[in-house]
Ligand binder design. Structure first.
Ligand code: ADP
Ligand code: MG
Length: 311
């Protein structure tokens, strides 16, 4: 039978904006000593904005945005949404894409086909032009043997120094532009980190984003470089959680994305942002309904109180 105090705890959780899968979840919450926070969409709003387009020499910025927008249409990633929104606002309807492929935590690819609408009876009219487009983090391009020209290296470095994310657009095997995106830190994230520490917990930041962007966010919420793990591929997020557990830590993980699902399931306690993807919510023990990190603090305090009551 389920102890009454745990049932009460579950009900109280709902009032606090925390959905708890089962009363037994609160039990494991009590022993947590480390709280791993995903960056994008968890500490930050995930509502990314396109801040700039840096074309390589001889490349038309709008063409880079158009092709990137077309391919990102197939992705639900916050970065993809920002690029599609900016491309649509500036250029209207985007072309269709064939052979779409998603590289989780890395980027997207696809073939964009245009039919030339030239003067009637001109030889070009009706010609079909197809571009194989690849959009994503610099590591994805490197994997495909695509190097950045010096001007794009500079654009990338500048963006990352500013704590932003640089996304590279390439087509037909050549890097053509860097898109700069960023989002805002959620207003309560810094306070949540401070209060997790007050509870004696160690907050950490885990992200697939670049080291510089991660440190910029860490500095603003009070998580230092020693507690930041950046440039992590989705499959490696699980390995990080496993490593922390094998070091004897009891780990809570808070995340929102498809890329976080496996790590959320592997952690001693998985907490999903209610604003996140269904996959993340299904993989988790708790859902923070309002997408507010302060609810993590509430959930852990609630579990401790509830278990004190039954002991
Ligand atoms: P986080 O761990 O911070 O939530 P993700 O694992 O979702 O970040 O993504 C890691 C990185 O992979 C992003 O910062 C971005 O560089 C790249 N990326 C992921 N998905 C896409 C996409 N659809 N388009 C472009 N870049 C992407
Ligand atoms: Mg995320």
């Amino acid at each position: 039978a389920t102890p009454t105090a745990l049932i009460v705890g579950t009900g109280r959780g709902a009032q606090l904006g925390v959905l708890i899968k089962g009363p037994e979840v609160l039990e494991s919450t009590r022993r947590i000593d480390t709280v791993v926070l995903d960056k994008t969409g968890t500490v930050t709003t995930g509502a990314m904005e396109l801040l700039g387009v840096h074309p390589a020499d001889g490349v038309d910025a709008d063409e880079a945005l158009r092709l990137a927008g077309a391919v990102e249409h197939g992705s639900e990633h916050p970065i993809a949404r920002a690029i599609v929104a900016a491309a649509t606002a500036k250029l209207g309807e985007l072309p269709g894409v064939a052979e779409f492929g998603n590289h989780a935590g890395l980027g997207v690819q696809g073939v964009v086909t245009d039919v030339v609408d030239g003067p009637e009876n001109s030889p070009q009219n009706g010609t079909v032009i197809a571009h194989a487009v690849l959009v994503g983090r610099p590591a994805l391009l490197a994997e495909h043997g695509i190097e950045l020209p010096p001007s794009l290296v500079t654009a990338r470095e500048q963006a990352e120094r500013d704590g932003r994310t640089a996304i590279v657009v390439s087509w037909d095997g050549v890097a053509r532009a860097v898109l700069v995106v960023a989002d805002a830190i959620r207003p309560t994230s810094a306070e949540a980190v401070r209060r997790l520490r007050e509870l004696g917990l160690t907050p950490m930041l885990l992200t697939g984003d670049n080291q510089a962007a991660a440190r910029a966010v860490g500095a603003r919420i009070g998580i230092g470089p020693d507690a930041i793990i950046a440039d992590v591929l989705p499959e490696d997020k699980v390995a990080v959680v496993q490593r922390l557990r094998s070091e004897g830590r009891v780990v809570a993980m808070v995340g929102d994305g498809v890329n976080d699902a496996a790590a959320l399931a592997t952690a001693d306690l998985g907490l999903a942002m209610g604003t996140g993807t269904d996959v993340a919510i299904e993989a988790s023990d708790l859902t923070l309904v309002r997408g507010d990190l302060l609810a993590t603090v509430d959930a852990i305090r609630l579990a401790r109180r509830t278990l004190t009551t039954i002991r």
